[in-house]
Design a protein. Structure first.
Length: 268
């Protein structure tokens, strides 16, 4: 008889808590760790009760706490189940993938029914995951997704939950670019570019000093002083050049006879 996944894990919880029912399995395999750890068992039971009330986030916390104390496949499956219900498909896929990877060497081995449920849930969440080929420009720019630094693999392939996401690309010397996208299964690629910072070349012109218009030279005092001297000098030169010769000098007084020597031949 097959039970729905949630109902079966409730039944598993009852099995883990019943020493009488565990006795039969004890002869064949070691009881699960949760069965022998009261604290882990109590947290597991709490998670199952919260799941039955559709209080998925609280149930997830209880399962995570139980798994930290005593990690067992049943608890890890329930963690993935709650993550899927909360729409956190990428995390659910990662949890289930870890279970499948460890299944070949699991001690004790996974029960076939549990393995079947893990495969089924993995297929469901894998269909919900959005796969994008992300291209950065410049290629070595830093990428943040929803506030978390994200390392881009060589092939640029990243997985996302469907819904709204914020991508931020930045690099020194480039503008920081933020893009918000609502992703769905139809999206396959995303190009993010951070343009180079534009360097503005500003030409600062020196302020031109505008001098007041100069006064005409003929309005300045020195001009009229020089002009006056030139005029006076010119007038004097003209006068001297044009005066009559008879006005050259006044008559000299008659010569004195005193001390004159008169020749004796004509002396009286």
């Amino acid at each position: 008889m097959r039970f729905p996944p949630l109902a079966r894990w409730i039944l598993c919880s009852a099995l883990l808590s019943s020493p009488a029912l565990l006795a039969g399995d004890a002869r064949a395999q070691k009881p699960p760790a949760a069965a022998v750890n009261p604290e882990a068992k109590a947290l597991f039971d709490k998670g199952m009760a919260l799941s039955a009330e559709s209080r998925w986030a609280e149930a997830l916390e209880a399962f995570e706490a139980s798994n930290k104390i005593a990690p067992v496949p049943v608890v890890q499956y329930n963690i993935a189940y709650n993550l899927r219900t909360l729409g956190r498909y990428v995390e659910a896929k990662q949890r289930l993938q870890a279970l499948l990877d460890s299944a070949p060497s699991a001690k004790p081995p996974l029960k076939p029914s549990l393995k079947q449920d893990i495969d089924q849930l993995f297929s469901e969440v894998n269909e919900k995951v959005v796969r994008l080929s992300v291209k950065l420009d410049p290629p070595d720019a830093d990428l943040q997704v929803d506030g978390t630094s994200t390392k881009l693999p060589p092939d640029g392939a990243l997985e996302f939950d469907p819904g709204k996401h914020v991508f931020v690309i930045k690099k020194p010397g480039h503008e920081t670019t933020s893009i918000t996208r609502t992703l769905s299964s139809a999206d396959t690629s995303l190009a993010l570019q951070a343009p180079k910072v534009k360097t503005e070349t500003r030409i600062v012109e020196r302020e031109k000093i505008v001098e007041p218009p100069s006064r005409p030279f003929y309005t300045r005092g020195w001009f009229w002083t020089v002009a006056g001297v030139v005029v006076v000098g010119g007038a004097a030169a003209i006068y001297l050049a044009t005066r009559p010769d008879d006005q050259a000098s006044p008559l000299a007084p008659p010569p004195r006879t005193v001390d004159r020597v008169i020749p004796t031949a004509i002396r009286f």
